[in-house]
Ligand binder design. Structure first.
Ligand code: BGC
Length: 767
């Protein structure tokens, strides 16, 4: 992503001209009709026009009022553009579409893509936060609303969901995905694709999804963005591929190649990946787009000059070239030299045209360009209400000693911290269409939700970080942190003054929005020192300090977890942040989020994930150090907070887990049940989690794998039975020969409230 990328925006100035003159396919046409329509169209296309469909140039140089004169406009007229992305505003998009369908020879409409990652103008929590809801319906609704808003504003294609498994919190893009687990990641991938695409891609309120980044992007060495990935095919298939495949199964219309290499070949030119796995093994029928300058970047990867890498990408199965324009410019010569085939160009062109056809753009190129829609559909009260409610559900209560939370209304509350009075940072990374000025800060939310008999006092207390240069990097894309240049002692003294008047202190601390996301890797994943020092000073007042923690990844907060009575992790909650935070702090909403990544005790444990292998020398459970076991001299193997962890304002008791049988055969179904009771005083939601361990395999198997979950709501005193149906389908894995099957033997069935805290029963399952 370049710094100019979000600033783009466009165009216009084209009157009437020739009317839309394409043959009109009938609505809901089947595959045969689509084929015959595209066959006819492609017969009329020159090689250049076909390559034009594969071209997705950067639209940054289209400036309002100048569309007619820009290079891009000339290319659109010449049929050299298949789509554009990150242009905002339905009127602008309509004008650009008009260029294509009224001034180009074949009048082929353009795709308009955007990074609609977690909402459009109504912003939902960052994807990592969304995943912490463990609520597939809510996640699907968030994508549906995002699609409705984006389509109202001219967009027909989103670069989402990002489904890269992330086990290394140094990698800033952990924020953009669903965490470390392939099963949960797969469920979320499906929910998001369903949300964006609905049942009918042609409807004007659904958009095409683009699953990214294919593949393994989250396994970048040392968590450094764009870095090399290298892993066994065993690990790819069993631990990383599942969410991509789930999204493909759910019908995702497109997929984005990742920046990284795989087996020594960049994904963008990796034939095994894009053709053998994606198309042949998984049956993917959509198109593959590169990520940004992914094609051109392969020269830096060191696999050839631009002409070579463009030819390799095309021949490997890439269909669309984002930004590099290498397919457009270099393939004609490669075709002459016999380095690429016409068949491959045709195949790629057909896939792009099919996407346009499926979106209904040939029937009506302005389907997503109804200029009356934004006022009705974007940033509506109902959408914002949904975002507020989903955000509150994404928060993870990490600690609540002595029930400091929820706060009582009345009295005085001191709100302190660099993220307390900051609207811009609330939506989080990748909030391209957000209006930062409208986001609700913690201060605003608390004041409004607390009501008039509660006094909210405020001081910033510290900058985000002592280092001004770091703070600049952490405040890009308009996410200003408004640095206070006074000495830190002065800022702390001011905060203490305010705190002295209050009964309780809320500290809004942690990462800024741009400390996670693309190209935001960190080697230190603690709360920055300036804020730690502020927290220590606040603690010294003796008043209870509640941390409202902003994070785009797992953080190491071992020190804070020991020192402060309550920690509510809020990720980046979106446009309604302040309201959602206040709803939870005052107990109007009981927190129910659970972590979808492991939180390590320290950075040296990274990568740390719950579904690891046992090794030949496992450390006996409950032990710390034993010589010649797999462990560390200086820290236990335990995480600070395990995968699946999260507290509530109430307490849930799990009854004894029961199994329908302990000895099974063939395709029988095993039912595992547990009774859960809310024995606290308030209504709450609990996520019951099912894990399975395959005790003996032909290849080694993880110590636990999530295989099911259910989120239930219980009134005080109420009990419900949660029941999981387990079939051999859930026992399958890719063996050494990458055959997907299950193996007979013993299995541990585990149910619990997180990956550590489980009950366990063993079954034997024969073929
Ligand atoms: C990112 C993608 C994004 C694309 C288009 C790239 O830099 O890696 O996730 O979709 O830009 O904005």
């Amino acid at each position: 992503m370049s710094t100019t990328k979000h600033s783009l925006l466009i165009v216009l100035l084209f009157a009437g001209l020739s009317a839309w003159a394409q043959p009109k396919p009938v609505a809901n046409a089947d595959a045969a009709q689509m084929k015959s329509f595209i066959d006819k169209l492609m017969k009329q296309m020159t090689v250049e026009e076909k390559l034009g469909q594969l071209n997705l140039p950067g639209s940054g140089d289209i400036v309002t009022g100048q569309a007619g004169n820009t290079d891009i406009a000339a290319k659109i007229r010449a049929g050299k553009v298949g789509g554009l992305f990150n242009i905002k505003g339905v009127e602008k998009i309509r004008e650009v579409q008009k260029l294509a369908v009224e001034q180009s020879r074949l009048k082929i409409p353009l795709l308009f893509g955007m990074d609609v990652i977690h909402g459009y103008q109504t912003v939902f929590p960052i994807p990592l936060g969304l995943s912490a809801t463990w609520d597939m319906k809510a996640i699907e609704r968030s994508a549906q609303i995002a699609a409705r808003e984006a389509s109202a504003d001219g967009i027909n294609w989103t670069f989402s969901p990002m489904v890269d498994i992330a086990r290394d919190p140094r990698w800033g893009r952990m924020a953009e995905g669903a965490g470390e687990d392939p099963y949960l990641g797969g469920e979320i991938a499906k929910a998001m694709v369903r949300g964006y695409q609905g049942n009918d891609l042609k409807a004007n309120n659904t958009i095409m999804s683009c699953v990214k980044h294919f593949a393994l992007y989250g396994a970048a060495e040392a968590g450094r963005d764009y870095n090399t990935t290298d892993m066994s095919h065993q690990r790819m298939y069993n631990e990383y591929f599942l969410p991509y495949q789930a999204a493909v199964d759910a019908g995702a219309g497109s997929i984005m190649a990742s920046f990284n290499e795989i087996d020594g070949v960049p994904a963008t030119a990796n034939k095994w990946l894009m053709t053998d796995v994606l198309r042949k093994q998984w049956g993917f029928a959509g198109f593959v787009v590169s990520d940004y300058t992914g094609v051109g970047e392969m020269t830096s990867h060191g696999i050839g000059d631009t002409a070579t890498v463009a030819a390799r990408a095309l021949m490997a199965g890439l269909d669309m070239d984002m930004v590099s324009e290498a397919l457009l410019t270099k393939i004609p010569q490669s075709l002459k030299e016999g380095k690429v085939t016409m068949a491959q160009i045709d195949a790629a062109c057909r896939r792009i045209l099919e996407a346009k056809y499926k979106l209904g753009l040939f029937e009506d190129p302005y389907r997503y360009c109804d200029v009356t829609r934004p006022a009705k559909d974007v940033y509506t009260a109902a959408n914002r209400q949904e975002a507020r409610s989903i955000a509150a559900q994404s928060f993870v209560l990490l600690k609540n000693e002595g029930n400091v939370l929820p706060l009582k209304r009345g009295g005085k509350i001191a709100l302190i911290g660099p993220l307390a009075d900051n609207r811009e940072n609330m939506p989080g990374t990748w909030s391209v269409a957000a209006d930062f000025s409208k986001a609700i800060s913690v201060l605003e939310g608390l004041k409004e939700v607390a009501g008039s008999n509660t006094e909210i006092l405020y001081a910033k207390g510290s900058n985000l970080d002592y280092d001004a240069r770091f703070e600049e990097r952490a405040g890009m894309f308009g996410k200003n942190l408004r640095r206070d240049n006074r000495p830190s002692a002065t800022q702390i003294a001011e905060a203490l003054q305010i705190a002295s008047k209050a009964d309780v202190i809320i500290a809004a601390v942690g990462e800024s929005a741009e400390m996670s996301g693309e190209s935001s890797s960190r080697t230190n994943i603690e709360i920055p020192q300036a804020q730690k020092d502020l927290l220590k000073a606040l603690k010294a007042t003796g008043k209870p300090v509640v941390l409202v923690l902003f994070a785009g990844r797992s953080l190491t907060i071992t020190e804070e977890a020991a020192a402060y009575p309550a920690i509510l992790n809020v990720w980046f909650p979106g446009s309604e942040a302040g309201y959602a935070i206040a709803d939870v702090l005052f107990g109007d909403v009981n927190p129910s989020g659970k972590l979808t990544t492991t939180w390590p005790q320290n950075i040296g444990q990274v990568p740390l994930f719950y579904n690891h292998k046992n090794t030949g020398r496992p450390l006996p459970e409950g032990n710390w150090f034993e010589k010649f076991k797999t462990n560390y001299l200086d820290v236990t193997n335990d995480p600070l907070y395990p995968f699946g962890f999260g507290l509530s304002y109430t307490t849930f008791t799990y009854g004894k887990m029961k199994l329908s049988s302990q000895s099974l055969k063939g395709n029988q179904t095993l039912t595992a049940t547990v009774n859960i009771t809310n024995n606290g005083k308030v209504t709450g939601k609990e996520v019951a989690q099912l894990y399975i361990r395959d005790i003996v395999g032909s290849t080694t198997r993880p110590v636990a794998e999530l295989k099911g979950f259910e989120k239930i709501e219980l009134q005080p005193g109420e009990s419900k039975t949660v029941s999981f149906s387990i079939t051999p389908e859930l026992l399958k894995f890719y063996n050494y020969d990458l055959k997907y099957d299950w193996e007979a033997g013993d299995f541990d069935i585990m149910i619990g409230s997180n990956s550590k805290d489980v009950q366990k029963l063993r079954v034997n399952w024969q073929k």
